[in-house]
Design a protein around this ligand. Structure first.
Ligand SMILES: *Cc1c(COP(=O)(O)O)cnc(C)c1O
Length: 231
């Protein structure tokens, strides 16, 4: 087990390093978020012991359970990346270090109000619907600047960047086009005086394309932990 997950982790890091080098980018410019949803805390602990620090969860109850089970892992950084309902924000405000899935002001306001005083600001990303699919979460690209401006006024959260989940397609130029929407939006925010440094884009199947379009953080589950079986 240990050997397997270590090999997988090395393989993903190798892919990231290659993609970064191919685009004249520093290896350290692209962070690896290990998406551990549906996998047990023991699997997270194995990766943590190898040296992985950032882990992503999609479901609030899993975040609560795993946070408790891994409380001794002092340097573990928790990212919440799933859809967030307003009645579930409190646990996330208390337990997460990052939230990638902000798609409306109300959620951001609640997270800011519920972020405990003794903790540093909660880092957040706005999730943008770059494909225009009606079923996808995320705000429309043309609403991003207005939401970002309002989020910047909230006291207990820090806007760090943007996140997207593109429509899967074997056409790499179509994929790249979707990632570019996010990068263009980042540049727009920076031009408007909102200094966001994070582009959360790229997963197991498309991280190379995301890195070539400027990703600073790839969210990888399957390539690290194997195929998920949902309950
Ligand atoms: C599950 C999930 C991932 C990881 O996807 P893989 O294809 O398993 O790498 C990344 N981002 C989000 C938002 C997810 O829900």
């Amino acid at each position: 087990m240990m050997a397997t997950i270590f090999t997988a982790w090395q393989g993903v890091r190798e892919r990231i390093a290659k993609a970064a080098a191919a685009n004249q980018r520093e290896i350290n410019a692209v962070a690896l978020l290990a998406v551990s949803k549906t996998f047990p805390s023991e699997a997270i602990r194995e990766l943590y012991l190898i040296g992985q620090r950032a882990f992503g969860e999609n479901y609030v109850q899993e975040l609560i359970d795993k946070h408790a089970a891994l409380i001794d892992c002092n340097e573990l950084v928790w990212h919440f990346i799933g859809p967030l309902q307003s009645n579930k924000t409190r646990s996330v405000a208390e337990l997460a270090d990052w939230v990638h899935s902000i798609d409306r002001l109300k959620i951001a306001e609640r997270l800011s109000a519920q972020r405990p005083e003794h903790l540093p600001h909660l880092n957040v990303c706005i999730q943008v619907n770059v494909s225009g699919e009606t079923s996808k979460s995320g705000i429309a690209p043309d609403e991003c600047l207005a939401l970002a401006t309002k989020i910047c006024q909230l006291p207990r959260i820090q806007l760090r960047g943007l996140m997207c989940i593109p429509e899967p397609t074997p056409d790499l130029s179509q994929l790249a086009k979707q990632f570019k929407v996010l990068r263009d939006l980042q540049n727009q925010l920076i031009t408007q005086g909102i200094p966001v440094d994070t582009l959360s884009m790229g997963m197991s199947s498309d991280l190379e394309t995301a890195i070539s379009e400027g990703s600073t953080l790839v969210r990888v589950g399957t390539a690290l932990f194997g195929t998920r079986t949902y309950l």
